[in-house]
Design a protein around this ligand. Structure first.
Ligand code: NI
Length: 185
């Protein structure tokens, strides 16, 4: 059943920054792939392009659902949608600097598997699998982490964590300020 009342409007979704609670918990599987999920995917691609990223996960659009988009060249045309994804990483580990749209200003060297297979549903609810290496494999693992509430700050080495401390504190203060200004409206 899909009444108007039950339709969620995802058109106003915005990028979320740490420590928004939605980024810190596991996302839920999508049970029905309807028009609203198509809208959500569209909006996620827009946010990714606006923010100049190459991937975006549901929680980063403020939505607690298992969905991510990846576009290795950062274009909307080449953005692929992965619903309820499961990943199967393999191969040797490879360490590279990563950033995250939800942790602006923070970068760290993150070890990832060099190869990765993803099993997911597309927007028609059809299952598909895809295998990638290098940056694609890295992007899959990064976005999949978001669906578990895991971010690069949790995977960085101690030195990078230390360097990130000041920025994390500022993001926390920004979030608190936003909360209190919303509360006073
Ligand atoms: Ni990220």
């Amino acid at each position: 059943m899909n009444s108007i009342i039950n339709m969620v409007n995802y058109m106003n979704c915005k990028i979320t920054h740490f420590p928004e609670p939605v980024l810190l918990k596991a996302a839920q599987p999508i049970e029905t792939i309807d028009e609203s999920i198509g809208q959500l995917a569209e909006r996620m691609k827009e946010i990714m392009v606006e923010q100049k990223g190459i991937g975006l996960a549901g929680p980063q659009a403020g939505v607690n659902l298992q969905i991510f988009v990846i576009s290795l060249d950062g274009t909307k045309e080449n953005a692929k949608v992965y619903i309820n994804p499961k990943i199967d990483p393999s191969g040797p580990m490879n360490t590279m600097e990563e950033g995250c749209l939800s942790l602006p200003g923070i970068y760290g060297k993150i070890p990832r598997y060099s190869r990765c297979t993803v099993h997911a549903l597309d927007l028609d609810g059809k299952p598909f699998s895809d295998t990638g290496e290098g940056l694609y494999a890295r992007a899959m693992q990064h976005e999949y982490d978001h669906l578990q509430g895991v971010m690069i700050k949790d995977r960085m080495g101690e030195a990078a964590k230390l360097r990130a401390r000041r920025i994390l504190k500022r993001l926390q203060e920004d979030y608190q300020k936003k909360q209190s200004s919303q509360g006073s409206k």
